[in-house]
Design a protein around this ligand. Structure first.
Ligand SMILES: C[S@@+](CC[C@H](N)C(=O)[O-])C[C@H]1O[C@@H](n2cnc3c(N)ncnc32)[C@H](O)[C@@H]1O
Length: 267
């Protein structure tokens, strides 16, 4: 893929996550485990008050703002989607105190930031979307100070386990299309010279998201039975339960999961 095609693909991906459908399915925190898992990741990264922390592919900015608030640190979010960055900036400046989370529009695979400045960095449910994963982890390593930690949480998928029905926009929205297996992420981190210090199975978050989506669909079905003229959404209502049933089967087989890793740059 040439550079123009890559930029277009990243813009399409960002549009998908800025969409109302993504907000409806996931809410504002666009990863399994929500802010509870974000806070756990930051604890495992040993974030300290006053630290400078990078959030790569920061989405709607809720993780960056939560980490800066809970850990009293400064967080810089980098995100490709212009609307997501605008929303993040608006929310971060709403607070009466000086903002400690900052957002820039850019490519998280090669952030426009000077090297060696950050105490830690994290990337939630987004590495699976990056086209050049090895290049991105190399860049993250370059941005960290010696001893700095990188926290990664992402979808894991066994090679060949993606059903053909999910090999399209739905697979991309769910971060499945280009996800690695656990060994793939470990090799990626170690290949950049990082030492993996934590690896945890966080797959319970995926099942919880599916439960939540089913709950929302139940409410939507009930609403539509009261207002039958709104049945233009019936295709979605038919498709989503089938997708969820397929996903549950892959999670239960152990081929699909969500894992958390923390890796340290050598001193
Ligand atoms: C599943 S969402 C996760 C967002 C956020 N990390 C969270 O957990 O709430 C994936 C995000 O990655 C962003 N993204 C994908 N590729 C990117 C890239 N190369 N540079 C910056 N952002 C990117 C998308 O725009 C989207 O906001």
């Amino acid at each position: 893929m040439n550079l123009t095609d890559q930029a277009l693909a990243k813009a399409c991906c960002a549009d998908l996550y800025q969409s109302d459908v993504a907000r409806l399915v996931f809410g504002d925190s666009l990863h399994p485990g929500g802010l509870a898992l974000t806070n756990r990741l930051a604890r495992l990264m040993e974030v300290q008050a006053g630290d400078w922390v990078l959030d790569l592919a920061s989405g709607r900015g809720v993780s960056a703002m939560a980490v800066s608030r809970v850990f009293h640190c400064n967080v810089v979010g980098v995100e490709f989607g212009a609307a997501s960055v605008a929303e993040s900036l608006a929310k971060s400046t709403e607070s009466p105190s000086a903002p400690t989370s900052f957002f820039i529009r850019g490519d998280a695979e090669c952030p426009p930031i000077r090297p060696g400045r950050f105490d830690s960095a994290f990337c939630e449910c987004s590495m699976s979307l990056f086209m050049d994963k090895a290049g991105a982890v190399g860049e993250i390593t370059r941005l960290l100070r010696p001893g700095g930690r990188f926290g990664l949480s992402d979808v894991t998928l066994a090679p060949g386990a993606l059903p053909t029905e999910l090999d399209g926009t739905v697979g991309q929205l769910l971060c499945l299309s280009d996800a690695l297996d656990v060994q793939g992420y470990l090799s990626l981190l170690e290949g950049a010279g990082l030492e993996v210090v934590v690896q945890e199975d966080s797959s319970a978050g995926i099942l919880k998201i599916m439960d939540q989506v089913e709950g929302k669909l139940g409410a939507l079905n009930a609403w539509m039975s009261l207002y039958p003229q709104a049945d233009q959404n019936s295709d979605v209502l038919d498709t989503v339960p089938r997708v969820i049933a397929t996903l549950r089967a892959i999670v239960e087989s152990g081929d699909l999961g969500y894992w958390t890793f923390v890796a340290q740059k050598p001193l």
